[in-house]
Design a binder for this molecule. Structure first.
Ligand code: CA
Length: 331
């Protein structure tokens, strides 16, 4: 079962990012005029008109199918207060909770299997040899993910993710699916991050946490990314929106740093807070969900990406990570 879902995800990831996609869109059969659209957004200075999940330019030329507006109705069912994803006639309970201290011997101990799909384990990782050579798999370039000893030497197991600088986007991260964070919901998260490389931003535009809609083109969503001054920022992937710290607080390398955040999920008026070692470094409002009426369903941590401009390999350790739909676990 999980292999099937992984295949679906891989197919979705075959889609290149929206920006590139827009440059070779084909003519559509149902051109939308500027007065017949559900919403618009800006992409590379051009207004994109979205109607029924399909994107058009100002002349009504079809650019891309962004998402299926019927995806939720066709794949999810609610019963007795639990929301299920239905796949091949089998129901899988969705969740808003995950917490892990990574106190296991090996990566296989925290990865879902067919027998353990619904447990609060991770479902996939971007260096899985089984998918070597496939899109969004980085096994062949030498990226690695393992459960390792704490880099400070104390007795503690942690997630260790290493992405190589390859001249292309490079990833080493673990992913959990079956989340459900719709418009109006809240996301709370915290974790400890230890980044080995210095000059985190200049070294390659690192991201450490991605919360995405992997059922939409290009897996749009919200993520934590390093910007100037090695300061964390929120970024809405697919919408070209970045929310930076007004007075950037540097994220130190080679030590454990506590990161905590809250996101109010909204395609219009969302909210974002971010704490670094208990200091509130970002508190702002804005769009946090790419498309109205959609939802975020995956959570990914580790070296979730370094950019094609990365000068150095990047190793990131993660420990005591929690994500929750309610504040009680964290705040
Ligand atoms: Ca641990």
């Amino acid at each position: 079962m999980w292999k099937l879902l992984c295949s679906i995800i891989l197919l979705l990831l075959l889609s290149i990012v929206i920006i590139d996609y827009f440059h070779d869109g084909s003519e559509g059969t149902e051109p939308a005029s500027q007065t017949e659209h559900d919403f618009t957004f800006e992409n590379d200075g051009e207004t994109v008109y979205v109607s029924n999940g399909k994107a058009y330019d100002k002349n009504g030329k079809h650019l891309a199918d962004l998402y299926d507006p019927n995806h939720f109705n066709e794949h999810y069912v609610e019963e007795d207060g639990t929301l299920y994803l239905v796949h091949d006639g089998t129901r899988y309970a969705t969740t808003t909770e995950l917490t892990t201290d990574f106190e296991y011997d090996a990566l296989a101990d925290i990865m879902a299997s067919e027998e353990r799909w619904e447990q609060y384990m991770w479902n996939s990782y971007t260096t899985n040899p089984e998918f070597s050579g496939k899109k969004d798999n980085y096994h062949d370039v030498g990226n690695t993910i393992e459960l390792a000893q704490d880099p400070t030497g104390r007795e503690n197991r942690v997630l260790k993710t290493t992405a190589k600088a390859t001249g292309k986007v490079s990833k080493a991260s673990v992913k959990r699916e079956l989340f459900y964070f719709p418009e109006g919901s809240e996301i709370y998260f915290e974790g400890w991050f230890y980044i080995e490389g210095e000059d985190i931003y200049d070294g390659g535009g690192t991201t450490i946490l991605d919360i995405e809609s992997n059922w939409a083109l290009g897996s749009p969503g919200i993520r934590l990314i390093f910007k100037d001054g090695d300061a964390l920022a929120y970024e809405v992937k697919g919408m070209q929106k970045t929310y930076r710290q007004e007075s950037p607080v540097e994220f130190p390398s080679k030590e454990w740093v506590h990161v905590k955040g809250r996101i109010l999920v909204s395609s219009d008026n969302g909210e974002m807070q971010l704490w670094q070692n208990d200091q509130l470094v970002l508190d702002t409002e804005g769009q946090t969900l790419p498309y109205p009426g959609t939802f975020l369903n995956t959570v990914e941590v580790g070296t979730t990406a370094i950019s094609k401009y990365a000068k150095n390999d990047q190793t990131i350790y993660v420990d005591d990570f929690t994500i929750s739909g309610s504040p009680s676990e964290i705040f």
